[in-house]
Design a protein around this ligand. Structure first.
Ligand SMILES: [Zn+2]
Length: 291
């Protein structure tokens, strides 16, 4: 941290000031909250989901507010002070919003995240905004964009067919050439989570994957035993899945070898449907529906 010779008027909300207002104070609890916010953003969570997550876990806000606000989280994620950078500004008379004056000063604030983490969060936010829109429900499909179609290679996306949530190939929705079949979302989620929580998988997992898998198993177990933290657990599972799973290749019509086009109704949950789970830096596994 650089020496600050004059009194500081304000600190970022996650830092404190010494009594003489000459230097910043690092607040470990708040720093930990900021790091969690970055971790969730990098895991694909939008600011609404992050706010709900912090509220459910009763993480104190940095103001007197009781609940977290998504705009606070958004501006924190964009704030370069999180990695210590300060942009001096000059203020024209009567204007509250300053204009940048001179080069940014690095190491001005105690950093709570590093620059690489900050950059990763910016990239994830851009992707998130492009895919879901601002208010999208990040938890309806915890697999995000990990799913693709075994027949045509298109993305398999979350969709509703007469009020039933399903996963279906994008080509099918566009009337393209692919099998007109869908996998009921709930059955798919149960199948994948049961597979990933199986003790045999942990035995085979590489050292790097083991820690993530152990966390995942814990969160999956908690889903049924700990109703009060269901939302936060689903957020954690979503973030962990992104870290553990490289891709899910879905055969929603079973052993069909050729994609085919038909104008028929989309059929749900065809017997013999299966998927291939490809783990990060690991092998692929074939997994059949448990439903
Ligand atoms: Zn397809």
């Amino acid at each position: 941290m650089s020496k600050v010779s004059k009194k500081i008027s304000a600190a970022p909300s996650w830092l404190g000031l010494t009594d003489d207002r000459l230097s910043f104070v690092f607040l470990p609890d708040r720093a930990e909250t900021v790091r969690k916010i970055f971790e969730l953003a990098i895991g694909g969570m939008g600011s609404y989901a992050i706010a709900n997550y912090l509220d459910e876990l009763k993480v104190p806000t940095f103001t007197r507010a009781i609940n977290w606000d998504n705009t606070t989280i958004d501006s924190m994620l964009r704030n370069r002070a999180t990695y210590g950078e300060h942009q001096p500004k000059s203020f024209a008379a009567g204007h509250k919003k300053g204009i940048p004056s001179g080069p940014p000063i690095s190491g001005y604030y105690p950093a709570v995240v590093d620059k690489a983490t900050f950059d990763a969060a910016q990239a994830a936010r851009q992707q998130n905004l492009a895919h879901r829109g601002r208010k999208g429900n990040d938890l309806a499909n915890i697999f995000g964009d990990l799913c693709s179609c075994a027949y045509c290679g298109s993305k398999v996306i979350f969709h509703r067919i007469s009020n039933v949530q399903v996963l279906v190939c994008e080509q099918v929705l566009n009337d393209g050439a692919c099998s007109r079949s869908a996998w009921t979302y709930k059955d798919f989620e149960n199948t994948v989570l049961a597979f990933l929580a199986h003790p045999a998988l942990l035995d085979q997992a590489s050292y790097d994957l083991k820690a993530g898998l152990l966390d995942l198993v814990e969160e999956i177990k908690g889903l049924s035993s700990d109703e009060g933290r269901r939302y936060a657990r689903r957020v954690n599972i979503t973030v962990l899945l992104k870290r553990i799973v490289a891709g899910l290749l879905i055969h929603s019509a079973g052993n069909l070898s050729q994609p085919r086009h038909s104008s028929a109704q989309i059929r749900k949950d065809i017997a013999g449907r299966f998927l291939a789970i490809h783990l990060q830096e690991g092998p692929s596994y074939t997994c059949i529906s448990i439903g």
